[in-house]
Design a protein around this ligand. Structure first.
Ligand code: NI
Length: 178
């Protein structure tokens, strides 16, 4: 058990996602919206602080900082689309993707991180702009995730996806601290 602990802490520096009871109130939602709004700037600052260490893995055998940044852009493109699908279709089934394989595609090693940093900035601006307009009923719309065989409300997805950003931000901040 003790040998697995450090890897768990390196993998999950902020712990695993905790889903609060939903539906959320507007005040309960606010911190998660703020996390999504602030993430691109925080990732940019963490990337600058890490400098050349972005080419190193954030844990033994893990992704490099560069891969983490491109992964955030790849994943959040998908997550943003899930919100739009859930708002326009009746409990749509969303499309899982092989995130480890995506991180090995040949563009990841050569595309400047600036491309994904600006993509994240634009994407989160659209995403947060959408979320700020949702009605209480829309927050309870759902999608079905086949990999986990679970139906999520948009409230639950908000909490999960805000966590995803903070989770990888912590990996990048760890690189800068070394
Ligand atoms: Ni991830």
């Amino acid at each position: 058990m003790t040998t697995t602990l450090p890897d768990e802490l390196l993998r999950f520096p902020i712990g695993r996602a905790q889903l609060p009871p939903t539906p959320l109130t507007p005040a309960g939602r606010a911190p998660y919206l703020q996390q999504l709004a602030e993430l691109p700037g925080q990732v940019r600052a963490a990337a600058q602080a890490a400098g050349p260490r972005l080419e190193q893995p954030y844990r033994p055998g893990g992704w490099t900082g560069r891969q983490v940044i491109h992964h955030l852009a790849d994943t959040h493109l998908n997550l943003y689309a899930r919100f739009r699908l859930a708002l326009t279709e009746d409990n749509p089934t969303v499309r899982p993707f092989d995130e480890a394989a995506w991180a090995e595609l040949p563009d990841v090693a050569i595309t400047p991180i600036e491309v994904s940093l600006s993509l994240l900035e634009s994407l989160h601006a659209r995403w947060v702009s959408l979320l700020q307009q949702l009605t209480p009923d829309q927050w309870q719309r759902t999608f079905y995730h086949p990999r986990y065989d679970t139906t999520l409300t948009l409230d639950q997805a908000l909490v999960q996806y805000a966590w995803h950003g903070q989770h990888h931000l912590a990996h990048l901040l760890g690189l800068g601290e070394r």
